[in-house]
Design a protein around this ligand. Structure first.
Ligand SMILES: [Zn+2]
Length: 274
């Protein structure tokens, strides 16, 4: 499942399409996330405009055009965005194709949990996905005091706090485990017990794990590849995620795996005391 660093990696590799004119739009007509179909008419209305910028908020990739409207992609579980030569055959499960002259931006999604939409740039909150998002840890930074306030206001585990998209947009399962290990905080700890000093430590750890993942172009656990088709290498550099039974990189005791709300969590029982 692509998380924030993977989507940021895709954004960066798509940079060559900035400045290019949209010449055509094709959609498969199949529904994606929540059976919602990519809005064919709204996408076609962008033909003739230029791609002016590529932005990201959390896991949403935003393509600004020279009109007041932007295109939004969310990769869901298995979505991929690739820039390919128009003459290359389309692979199965291609759902959206944006023609850019000799090349095409193609959205491929076998499991169809992703999203493609068009929204008014001046009113991102009108889009139900964007409306819920908190600050983006890379674009807006992570503020220890805000994190502390959010923690105190909630009665959830630290793991759930970090995963709450209203608190931090784009944090997912892998980097939540990594950041809590880095900050020496037990994932199952109640957020209301988080001290101001620990919140500052957690904020710094979140930023560090995301920066670290970006250096390695994201994590290739299942089928993540960037827009050029290259796999990320970050899985080799993870401290605890997916490493149950292996030695903690800090204290050498065995890393444990627990399941919270149906999702795996990895932590060191020694470095992250209850
Ligand atoms: Zn340890």
């Amino acid at each position: 499942v692509p998380e924030l660093p993977e989507v940021e990696t895709v954004r960066r590799t798509l940079a060559p399409i900035v400045g290019i004119q949209i010449r055509s739009v094709w959609t498969s007509g199949k529904g994606l996330h929540m059976a919602r179909k990519p809005p064919r008419a709204a996408l076609r209305a962008l033909v003739g405009s230029r791609i002016e910028a590529l932005r990201r908020h959390g896991k949403y990739l935003l393509i600004d055009t020279s009109t007041p409207r932007s295109i939004l992609f969310h990769l869901g579980m298995s979505g991929r965005l690739r820039v390919q030569e128009a003459r290359e055959p389309r692979v199965p499960h291609t759902h959206v194709v944006i023609g850019l002259g000799a090349r095409e931006l193609r959205y491929v999604d076998p499991r169809r949990f992703g999203q493609c939409d068009v929204f008014e740039r001046a009113a991102p909150h009108d889009h139900d996905g964007l409306a819920l998002l908190g600050r983006d840890p890379l674009v807006d930074g992570v503020d220890g005091r805000e994190l502390h306030a959010a923690a105190r206001a909630r009665h959830v585990t630290l793991k759930a706090l970090v995963l709450d998209q209203r608190v931090l947009a784009g944090m997912g399962n892998i980097y939540a485990s990594e950041a809590l290990w880095r900050a020496r905080l037990r994932p199952a700890m109640r957020s209301s017990r988080l001290s101001a000093i620990a919140a500052t430590r957690l904020a710094a750890a979140i930023r560090e794990v995301l920066d670290r993942a970006l250096v390695h172009n994201g994590t290739s656990l299942r089928d993540f590849v960037d827009a050029d088709g290259a796999e990320g290498s970050n899985a080799d550099y993870l401290w605890v995620y997916g490493r149950a039974g292996e030695a903690c990189p800090r204290c050498k005791n065995a890393i444990r795996r627990a399941v919270h709300q149906g999702r795996a969590t990895f932590y060191c029982p020694t470095c992250q005391p209850p």
